[in-house]
Write a protein that binds this ligand. Structure first.
Ligand code: MLT
Length: 394
């Protein structure tokens, strides 16, 4: 009899966000007609901006004519989009060649797929609390996982320590779930550490567009030495509302080599084998994000979410609840009031106020006692949730 991948037996019963959506559906079924304020999963509530919609329509029309029709796309991305992404980096002083940019169907897909580059005997460091897919993807691959806790004492931004000597190092900045952002000097320590130990950093930059403090790095490639130790994975999901449209990009510098193998060369080999590229229409929509007008429009949407953040933060301030994040990131990370556990607070909010957030424990054991609000909800849900929180907890 065939042996399935037995590593699946080591996973928790269900994935965090699936688990939450099941609980919320059960509640809704038991309370039909009751409105639930959804500040749980980081799914956007604003539609795609006009510039993107226009490009999507034009691209759909292209597909209707013989002379502009596109079949299979280049596996690593359409040249027009790779150039647009490389130019976006260049505007921040990072020089990339177009073939160091890979177009993907989104960061979450890519964060799992990219593990194909590494031997299964390699170890993975996850700084917790962390996006749960890092851990789950490595459990499925049967890798050794090293958990490094972070906490209020280090602003959820730990420094490298002996225990952190892993082959793969995940860094998410701005961080999901805590909203913490690595300042240059602290991130430099991780870059130096990875170069010294021959590790590779998987830098999840999905929330870079939310950084408002100019001193903070948007990309790990702003730091000296990163091009010999890092892969950056980014997404248009949160930046431009592509959660349902699916599009992302990955940067693998040509100078990133391990044991004589070029990781970008390996990734070309992988993509050309395992994918047929992202659809022409979606890539055209993505390219519109990088035009001056596209950038102006997506920044308006980001400003809307930042206003949501202010509404939630004002409620927490009024209640005297400790929190962090919300400024350079779209998540607010708070301490559960009255010493509640994070799932206990989840149930309490759902039952008493019909508010959905994300329990901190879902991001790792050290997230216990904390809770995450997403600022991607609708304005109505955000305002209502803020008001109900104050009424419930004052
Ligand atoms: C989250 O809520 O943490 C994210 O939206 C999940 C994701 O990006 O897949």
């Amino acid at each position: 009899m065939i042996t399935p991948n037995m590593n699946y037996a080591n996973l928790k019963d269900s994935y965090l966000f699936y688990n939450i959506s099941q609980k919320v559906s059960a509640y809704q079924k038991a309370h039909p007609g009751v409105h639930i304020c959804r500040l749980g999963i980081g799914d956007v509530s604003l539609p795609l901006c006009d510039e993107v919609i226009k490009a999507l329509h034009e691209a759909a029309d292209d597909q209707s004519k013989k002379e502009s029709f596109h079949g299979y796309m280049p596996e690593c991305g359409a040249p027009f989009l790779k150039t647009a992404v490389a130019d976006y980096y260049r505007a921040r002083g990072i020089d990339l060649t177009d073939d160091e940019v890979f177009i993907s169907s989104g960061a979450s897909d890519e964060l799992g797929d990219i593990l194909d580059l590494f031997d299964r005997s390699s170890s993975a460091l996850v700084i917790e609390p962390a996006y749960p897919a890092y851990v789950d993807a490595n459990i499925i691959a049967g890798r050794e996982i090293i958990h490094l806790d972070s906490g209020e004492e280090n602003g959820f931004l730990p420094e490298p320590v002996e225990k952190a000597k892993a082959d793969i190092i995940y860094i998410c900045s701005p961080n999901n779930p805590t909203g913490a952002v690595f300042p240059r000097e602290k991130l430099q320590k991780w870059v130096d550490f990875a170069n010294e130990n021959g590790s590779v950093i998987l830098f999840d930059a999905a929330y870079e567009a939310f950084i408002e403090d100019n001193a903070l790095p948007h990309s790990i490639f702003e730091l000296p030495g990163a091009k010999t130790c890092a892969i950056e994975i980014c997404s248009l999901s949160k930046t431009a509302g592509f959660t349902g449209t699916r599009l992302g990009y990955t940067v693998i510098p040509k100078t990133l080599e391990r044991k004589g193998m070029s990781l970008s060369g390996m990734w070309v080999r992988n993509r050309t084998t395992k994918t047929n590229g992202v659809s022409y229409i979606i890539q055209k929509g993505g390219a519109a994000v990088f035009t001056p007008e596209g950038q102006r429009q997506i920044k308006e949407n980001i400003a809307f979410y930042k206003e949501n953040a202010k509404i939630i933060m004002a409620a927490l301030d009024e209640l005297g609840i400790w929190y962090t994040g919300g400024k350079n990131a779209p998540y607010i990370w708070l301490k559960c009031p009255n010493n509640m556990g994070s799932w206990e607070f989840f149930d309490f909010l759902l039952e008493k106020a019909q508010i959905v957030g994300t329990p901190g424990e879902g991001f790792g054991a050290c997230g216990e006692g904390y809770f995450r609000f997403s600022t991607f909800g609708s304005r109505e849900d955000t305002e209502k949730a803020a008001q109900l929180l104050v009424e419930l907890l004052k």
